[in-house]
Design a protein around this ligand. Structure first.
Ligand code: ZN
Length: 222
């Protein structure tokens, strides 16, 4: 069994757990939710006029059992939306995830210090998973020390990626794998590359990531 921990694509296969992430709008309906999904307000798509009604819809929908995580949500210093606004909306996600005891899937661009500060200040007890992580070793080590989890994607396929060291050395129970918005790659390629870098078999990696997935999402092994 493969797990694509963060994808924007609706893929179906008997050997795949496809954790599809959706940006919640005020209009999103329960009928549109995939069997397994993660819901949040993505910083790229937050609109000042509509985000509050989108938020109310999110609060309603995210209580459903098929919603196994909150996000993607987070902070992005490269967009126009002021960082203070992003932080206050992200704080709502943190509080909400805590009340539901569901993990948070994080989008973070050039705001890792703020992210670490928020994790400390909020004393959140749910897992924080940084998706699409692709930063240098020093940032990785800092985040690892602060108990973050990671989801690695297409970046590990490149021989020049700054995270090759991270994917090779990270402890077994601290990461998952993803395709994100890449429709041109499959999660199998990511697994094969991760298994090769970590010198384990694909089967061993599959077993390990299933365990991590259940540990993070609190789902039973059934
Ligand atoms: Zn994404």
């Amino acid at each position: 069994m493969y797990i694509d921990f963060h994808t924007h694509c609706d893929r179906k296969s008997p050997d795949l757990i496809n954790l599809q992430t959706l940006h919640v709008t005020p209009e999103l309906q329960v009928e549109e939710l995939p069997n397994i999904c993660s819901l949040g307000l993505h910083p790229w798509f937050i609109q000042l006029e509509t985000w509050e009604s989108a938020w109310l819809n999110l609060v309603d929908l995210a209580k459903l059992s098929q919603v196994v995580a909150i996000g993607e949500c987070g902070l992005d210093r490269n967009i126009d939306l002021p960082l203070e606004t992003q932080i206050s909306i992200f704080q709502k996600h943190i509080k909400f995830a805590e009340s539901l005891q569901k993990p948070i899937v994080i989008h973070c661009v050039r705001a890792f210090s703020e992210l670490i500060a928020l994790k400390k200040d909020t004393k959140s007890t749910v897992p924080w998973i940084i998706h699409g992580f692709n930063k240098k070793e020093e940032v990785f080590q800092r985040l690892l020390k602060h108990d973050f989890y990671f989801s690695f994607g297409a970046a590990i396929l490149s021989d020049r990626s700054p995270i090759l060291q991270a994917i090779t050395t990270i402890p077994n129970n601290r990461f998952l794998l993803e395709t994100d918005d890449r429709t041109d790659i499959s999660i199998r390629q990511i697994y094969d590359r991760a298994a090769a870098l970590r010198h384990v078999s694909r089967e061993a990696l599959q077993t390990q990531l299933i365990e991590t997935y259940h540990q993070l999402t609190g789902l039973g092994l059934s």
